[in-house]
Design a protein around this ligand. Structure first.
Ligand SMILES: Cc1cc2nc3c(=O)[nH]c(=O)nc-3n(C[C@H](O)[C@H](O)[C@H](O)COP(=O)(O)OP(=O)(O)OC[C@H]3O[C@@H](n4cnc5c(N)ncnc54)[C@H](O)[C@@H]3O)c2cc1C
Ligand SMILES: *[C@@H]1O[C@H](CO)[C@@H](O)[C@H](O)[C@H]1NC(C)=O
Ligand SMILES: *[C@@H]1O[C@H](CO)[C@@H](O)[C@H](O)[C@H]1NC(C)=O
Ligand SMILES: *[C@@H]1O[C@H](CO)[C@@H](O)[C@H](O)[C@H]1NC(C)=O
Length: 556
């Protein structure tokens, strides 16, 4: 649902007017006997999913006049998880920060978008637009197509149509809208809330999207190979570090939906920070949950005791929390959480799923990208490069998946002032499957980048006046999102009696919004169980009503 670093005109060209109306969630009818005892809920993880769980729990609790006491446990000392910013040259200030993780969401992402409005958070299109200039599609051999941000939308549309065909573009947009339209039903009754994402995938007829690779799905829907391999694959690579043969159709379609992309000034994590604040939760930062235990054997309903480890003490102090929780929400990928549970506590085992290891490297340089490297004449030097495979290259998976290009994308985020030289420089971001090397950077900029400039955050340098090809450098590795292999089942959000899990959403669609939606879903399930409302397990709807998410296509 986002597209990083594209020139504004692309957004316009492939943009659409979405008439999708996300209807208000009608609340369950209140039963007569509602427990007035305080319900203690623990949320493990303060990323998009955990923050949204806390926020909606409070909202629903207020709507139904329920006493809910929320405690959020967060391993690190900040809120946001994979949504975080860094500050180039360590200069503070919200307008200085850049997104290291999740950078963009779209207007259709109603939970995030509404939250920015409710909390008065200013949004910007800067992360998306970068410095404008030329967006190139590079296959490691040559630039196959480019889009010049200074051209009119009309001219760009004409070039796109000439290259890929007017109907091919239009059909791929229509396909994206059909898929997104189906997905949007998940926000509303009778599809919301849900105890089984697998079942909803089936009911919403999204199985074709999730069970086929992007390549198969596009081919089946008669999208021409050139558009798929050159353009759409560049989008799945920048969004999910995957070639079309290794990502399912749903995440493929999500990757092509960029309209109205934005981010929050000062960092998208602010949304989640505000959500936690608004929830009135007790935040236990620097506290990792290590163990979930039953308070008493055989008590019905069960209550849970958490054992935590404080990460601010180097001795890793262990602590047993003295309150018993009625509900526990695991809002982080279980396999990386280092949480264990008492035997038999999980009714559904949480399968380990392969995640992508993504290197994100942000750095500044006084040099533009090298024209020679991209084999173009200087005025045509790209500012943002998306990559695809060269003709005849096999679409591999994992580290080899980047192919000849060796990286997924490079974007010029913006201009920055180097405080050491007083000069304006470029701020770049590279997504790659492996560490960026000095050899690669030397070739990319056409200047010798010494080994010493790579591998650590640069400290103040005695020789500050020399022109450093890389003047500030910040490498980071993420378990960014799951590999989007085709699948037909998804981890359920209910993992035990009063135990919930949000990250099953990630192999369906991994975004801030979808994880926040899963958090909201879990909040609703908890409140419904408190109210004694049995969440409809089987929503049998005759007409699947895609119309709700149906969109009006803008003429190209
Ligand atoms: C480089 C990159 C770019 C991305 N770009 C985008 C984008 O542009 N748009 C978009 O929508 N999405 C993007 N994503 C995906 C998005 O970041 C994730 O889908 C989303 O942020 C996940 O949220 P979450 O709350 O489920 O998990 P997380 O953000 O991972 O939050 C989990 C939290 O749990 C904490 N935790 C873990 N274990 C424990 C424990 N034992 N005890 C206590 N706390 C614990 C962690 O510290 C963390 O804060 C990107 C991801 C990456 C890595
Ligand atoms: C977002 O706000 C709109 C307009 O107020 C509202 O109709 C919609 O239900 C909200 N959606 C969500 C998910 O909060
Ligand atoms: C609410 O939770 C906090 C721990 O986060 C605990 O200290 C407090 O006693 C709880 N309040 C009630 C009413 O249970
Ligand atoms: C968390 O730990 C860091 C580093 O040890 C410390 O600076 C910070 O104050 C701690 N935060 C909280 C809320 O305990």
């Amino acid at each position: 649902m986002w597209l990083r670093g594209l020139a504004p005109s692309v957004g316009t060209v492939i943009s659409v007017i979405c008439a999708a109306q996300v209807l208000a969630v009608s609340s369950a009818t209140e039963p007569e006997h509602v427990s007035r005892e305080t319900r203690n809920v623990a949320i493990i993880g303060a990323g998009a999913a955990g923050a949204s769980t806390a926020y909606y729990l409070r909202k629903y609790a207020e709507e139904h006049d329920l006493a809910i006491n929320i405690t959020v446990f967060e391993k690190t000392d900040r809120i946001g998880g994979r949504t975080l910013t860094i500050n180039p040259f360590d200069i503070n200030g919200p307008s200085e920060s850049v997104e290291l993780g999740a950078s963009i969401f779209i207007k259709l992402n109603a939970i995030l978008y509404n939250a920015t409005r409710e909390f008065g958070l200013e949004t910007t299109t800067r992360e998306q637009d970068g410095v404008g200039g030329i967006l190139a599609f590079w296959d490691g051999d040559k630039i196959r197509f480019d889009i010049d941000g200074s051209h009119s939308a009309w001219r760009t549309a004409a070039r796109l149509a000439w290259r890929y065909g007017y109907y091919a573009l239009k059909n791929s947009q229509a396909l994206m809208h059909k898929t997104v339209g189906k997905f949007l039903n998940l926000y509303e009754p009778p599809y919301f809330p849900f105890k089984s994402l697998t079942q909803r995938t089936y009911e919403l007829e999204l199985l074709e999207e999730t069970s086929l690779t992007g390549e198969e799905f596009l081919r089946k829907n008669k999208i021409p190979d050139l558009l798929s391999h050159e353009f759409i694959q560049a989008l799945t690579r920048v969004n999910y570090a995957s070639n079309l043969a290794h990502i399912h159709g749903l995440e493929t379609m999500v990757s092509t939906a960029p309209e109205g992309a934005m981010s929050v000034v000062g960092g998208n994590w602010r949304i989640f920070d505000k959500m936690v604040q608004a929830s009135g939760a007790t935040l236990r930062a620097n506290t990792s949950v290590a163990y979930i235990d039953l308070e008493k054997q055989d008590s019905k309903p069960p209550k849970y005791i958490l054992k935590t480890q404080s990460s601010s003490d180097y001795g890793a102090m262990e602590e047993t929390q003295d309150i018993a929780f009625d509900d526990v929400v695991v809002a982080t990928p279980y396999q990386f959480s280092k949480i264990s549970t008492a035997g038999g506590l999980l009714e559904n085992t949480i399968d380990e799923i392969p995640y992508i290891k993504l290197h994100v490297t942000i750095f500044s340089s006084p040099f533009p990208l090298s024209a020679a490297y991209f084999k173009v004449a200087p005025p045509k030097v790209p500012t943002t490069v998306l990559t695809t495979l060269a003709d005849g290259e096999s679409p591999l998976d994992g580290v080899q998946g980047a192919g000849k290009a060796g990286f997924y994308s490079i974007s010029t985020l913006r201009l920055v002032l180097n405080p050491k030289t007083g000069k304006i420089e470029y701020l770049y971001k590279i997504f790659s499957p492996e560490k960026v090397t000095p050899e690669f950077l030397s070739a990319l900029f056409g200047v010798k980048v010494p080994d010493s400039f790579v591998g650590e955050i640069l400290q103040d340098d005695a020789d500050a006046k020399a022109v450093e090809p890389i003047s500030w450098y910040y490498p980071h590795v993420f378990h960014s999102y799951p590999k989007g292999f085709p699948r037909i089942t998804f981890q359920d959000p209910v993992i035990g009696d009063g135990l919930y899990y949000t990250s099953g959403m990630e192999s369906f669609i991994s975004t801030m919004e979808t994880n926040a939606l899963m958090g909201k879903n879990v909040a609703r399930l908890i409140v419904d169980s408190l109210l004694g409302v049995d969440t409809e397990e089987a929503a049998v709807i005759e007409d699947l009503g895609y119309e709700r998410g149906q969109s009006v296509l803008q003429e190209l």
